[in-house]
Design a protein around this ligand. Structure first.
Ligand code: PLP
Length: 406
C-alpha cells in the first residue's frame, strides 16, 4: 500500500518536472493564488533586512538601540496612517494578522460592553475568522448575531443591514470585498446607516490594498483589518485600525504596547516590511488594477472560447476586485482540477474541498444559492502585478487540454 502510494507521488512529481521543463521555468510556477498570499516585493525584503542586522533593538528599551527601534516604529506607524488616511498614527495598531484584527474588533467590542448581551450584525459570506468568532460568541452566550444574507452576486443589501439593526446593536462587521469571489460590498451605504444610528462599523479590508482605493475617512469606518502578506508584504503582521474615540478591550495584556491594545514586543522588521508594502500597494494601485483586470479578461475570454457554456462565472463583471475570477467548470470537481493544474505548474485555489470523503461547497457559493452540481467545480484564479500575458496563455492552453478529459 505504502509502496504504491510512493509510486503515485513519484509519478506526479515526474509529471510536474516534465511540465515545468516544457515551459522552461523549473523554479517558477505560474502563481494565480494571490488572494491566498502574495510574493513579497523585493523592496519589502530590503526594508526588513536592517532590522535583523543593526536595528535590532526592542522599542521599549531606553538605550540607543531601543531608541533607534522606537524611532523606526514611530516612522512606520506614520507611513501606514498616511497610506490609510488615518487622523493620527495612534489609530494604527500593529497585530499579528487579520485574523487577530478581526477578533479584536468583535471580541474587543463585546468585552467592552457593560450590561446586556450586545447584538452584532455581519454577513453570511465573511471570512471564517469573523464567522467562527461570531459563532463562538453566540454559543457562549456573550453576544447575539444576525447574519445578513447575500444575493446571487454575493452582495449584501444595505436595506437588509439596516433592518437587522436593533437597539442593542453595538457593531456591524461587513467585509469590503470578498476573498473567494471578489464581490465588493456596499460599504458606503452601510457606513452611512451606522453613522445615523451611532453604531460602530468594522470592515475586513484584507483584499483591498493594491486592488481598490482604501481610505478610513471615505467611507468612514470605526475599525478596519489588514494583513500584510495579501499585498506583497511579509506574513505574520497585520493592522487593526481603530478610530481613536472607540473603546475596545485588548485580547492580549502584558507590557501595554500599542496603546495598551496589543501587548507583546513589536515585530519591528515585519512592521518595516508592512509599511513599505502598503505604500507601494496604494501608490501603484491604479496601474496594477488595470494590469490585472486586463489579464482577467484575457483569462475569461479564453475560458469561454474553449469551455463554452460549460464554464460558469461567479465573480460579477462590475463591482468586484479587478484581480479575481471565480468560475465553475461544469461536471468537474474543484480538487481534481486543482491537482491537474498543479501538476502542470499552475497554482490556483479550489472553491470546494474534500472533507471526510465528501465534497463540501464553499460557504460563499452556498450563500449565493449556487447549486451543488455547479459549485463543486469552482476554481478561484487571483492575479497580481507579477503575472503576465504568457502566464494566462499557458494556463488557457493547459485548461483547453482538460475540456474533453473529464
Ligand atoms: N479576511 C479575509 C477577507 C481574508 O481573505 C483572509 C485571509 O485569507 C483573512 C481575513 C485572514 O487573514 P490572515 O490569515 O492573514 O489572518
Amino acid at each position: 500500500m505504502w509502496r504504491s502510494f510512493c509510486t503515485v507521488v513519484h509519478w506526479a512529481e515526474e509529471q510536474k518536472k516534465e511540465a515545468y521543463h516544457q515551459r522552461g521555468t523549473m523554479d517558477e510556477p505560474v502563481y494565480l493564488d494571490n488572494n491566498a498570499t502574495t510574493r513579497p516585493y523585493p523592496e519589502v525584503l530590503e526594508a526588513m533586512k536592517p532590522c535583523f542586522q543593526r536595528r535590532y533593538g526592542n522599542p521599549s528599551s531606553v538605550h540607543q538601540l531601543g531608541r533607534d527601534a522606537r524611532n523606526q516604529l514611530d516612522e512606520c506607524r506614520k507611513r501606514v496612517a498616511d497610506a490609510l488616511n488615518a487622523r493620527s498614527p495612534l489609530e494604527i495598531v500593529f497585530v499579528s494578522c487579520a485574523t487577530e484584527a478581526n477578533a479584536l474588533a468583535l471580541r474587543g467590542t463585546v468585552s467592552g460592553v457593560d450590561g446586556d448581551r450586545p447584538h452584532l450584525v455581519t454577513s453570511t459570506v465573511e471570512h471564517p475568522s469573523v464567522l467562527e468568532t461570531c459563532r463562538t460568541l453566540e454559543e457562549k452566550g456573550r453576544a447575539e448575531v444576525t447574519y445578513v444574507p447575500v444575493d446571487e452576486r454575493g452582495c449584501v443589501s444595505v436595506r437588509e443591514v439596516r433592518d437587522a439593526i436593533r437597539p442593542s446593536t453595538e457593531l456591524v462587521s461587513i467585509m469590503t470585498a470578498n476573498n473567494e469571489i471578489g464581490t465588493r460590498q456596499p460599504v458606503e451605504g452601510i457606513s452611512e446607516i451606522c453613522r445615523e444610528r451611532d453604531i460602530r462599523f468594522h470592515t475586513d479590508a484584507v483584499q483591498v490594498p493594491g486592488k481598490l482605493p482604501i481610505d478610513v475617512q471615505s467611507p468612514p469606518v470605526d475599525f478596519l483589518s489588514l494583513s500584510a502578506h495579501k499585498f506583497h508584504g511579509p506574513r505574520g503582521i497585520g493592522v487593526f485600525y481603530r478610530r481613536k474615540e472607540n473603546r475596545v478591550e485588548p485580547l492580549l495584556e502584558g507590557g501595554g504596547q500599542e496603546e495598551e491594545l496589543r501587548s507583546g514586543t513589536e515585530a519591528t522588521a515585519l512592521i518595516a516590511g508592512l509599511a513599505e508594502a502598503i505604500e507601494r500597494a496604494t501608490g501603484n494601485r491604479e496601474e496594477v488594477a488595470e494590469q490585472t483586470r486586463r489579464l482577467r479578461e484575457q483569462l475569461w475570454t479564453g475560458l469561454q472560447e474553449s469551455w463554452g457554456n460549460r464554464v460558469v462565472r461567479h465573480t460579477p463583471e462590475e463591482g468586484s476586485l479587478p484581480n479575481t475570477l471565480n468560475v465553475s467548470f461544469r461536471g468537474r470537481e474543484s480538487d481534481a482540477l486543482l491537482i491537474s493544474l498543479d501538476l502542470e505548474g499552475i497554482c490556483v485555489s479550489a472553491g470546494s474541498a474534500c472533507d471526510s470523503g465528501a465534497i463540501e461547497m464553499s460557504h460563499v457559493l452556498e450563500a449565493m444559492a449556487i447549486s451543488e452540481e455547479v459549485g463543486m467545480g469552482s476554481v478561484r484564479f487571483s492575479l497580481s502585478t507579477f503575472n503576465t500575458e504568457e502566464d494566462i496563455q499557458y494556463t488557457l492552453e493547459v485548461l483547453d487540454r482538460q475540456v474533453d478529459s473529464g
